[in-house]
Design a protein around this ligand. Sequence first.
Ligand code: DAH
Length: 447
Amino acid sequence: MIRKLDIISKYSKYFVRNVRNQSTRPMCDTISVCNRNYPTDSWTNITPNILSYQGRNIYMKKNHPLSILRQQIVNYFYKTFVNPKGNAIFSVFDNLAPVVTPEQNFDQLLIPKDHPSRSKSDCYYVNEKHLLRAHTTAHQVDLLKSGLDNYLIVGDVYRRDEINATHFPVFHQIDAVRTLHRDKLFKNNPELEIFETNFKTSPTSFLPIKSSLKCIDQTKQPCHTMEAVKLMEHELKTVLVRLAQTLFGKDIEYRWVDSYFPFTQPSWELEVYWKGEWLELLGSGIMRNEILEAAGIGNTIGWAFGVGLERLAMVLFEIPDIRLFWSNDSGFLNQFKEEDFGKHMKYKPISIYPQCANDLSFWLPDNMGVDDFVGNDFNDVVRDVAGDIVEQVSLIDKFKHPKTGKSSLCFRIVYRHMEKTLTQNEVNEIHSKITTTVEKRFNVKIR
Ligand code: DAH
């Protein structure tokens, strides 16, 4: 099953999609991730290909476009929020290990137990108790518990997804949290309160059992006063619009769009008008009070946002293919200079290498229908065997034989190397390796 998502949707769509689950068999009893050994189980679905990106830290490499963008955003927060002595009040975390628990990635953020974003077909699980974070928001409660009130976290995140020019299973996000205690928020109006009188949230009942119980009142959470929410909303929107102007230029056209995230209420996305279309830039909102309560923080309200770096960098620097960020080619890397941000820093193609497309059709096992096949499992096999030379995988045909009742699928795999021309022979060899692996792994019959 291939899900055709809006190519650039990484945010709220992640919280509303629907996928199926399929079991996988780990090859070994243990797996080593970030220098730690974990026992494998039926949840383990991290592939060697995914592990190979671990520790490359491209977002920290000087003059890498992702690093330039990271630095711009961090500098903006350092400059915007200072204490009376002139010191920056935001702390920055850029090297937290990406292995987290489902509690951190989902439960603590109030993502319902039955939510599809938890499924094995969407996430890379180390085992039942650990996964590679699917968003940097996963560290929110831990950082709040450790006493932080304003912070940014930058890091790599992992999602199983389709293969094309804008999706890659490893990408980078920045998440920010800004909290204010009543005494600071209302320092000029000490008679005002953050919370409605007589309203209590209950930390024990904060995790909704069913997605359908999500609260979507866009005005405010019941516990908050309108004054507190409006002040925070005003700060959030002002700060984030100025961030967009810092990145895209003073004259950028923008709009706020209502959104939904389980961990914020109300929630908004900021969109900017760029080259003829509205681009979703970031997700944000007023933090759910249950999260602050669970972290043991009282009489405080917060706002938060999350932004994906690749998509922003692709737009700003006109980088056409997400795989380029992983390139070691100096022809790519030398094009970007930190100090040139704001000047005309646009990607110039190193060279255009030709594509090569090969199809792969197979009959599914007798008991399987076309919708039982998990596209992301197929994508991971393709990535594991062929690596980054695959530019796109698309499901081009589904067929059910009228007599035998057997179902078949046909995938088109488009190959293109970022740094050289691939010969048809090289492609054929890799394609046939994919074919035999797919045959064994999914118990299918090649047509
Ligand atoms: N974690 C969200 C995602 O990956 C993005 C996000 C939205 C982060 C709202 C936030 C937030 O901190 O408040 O799609």
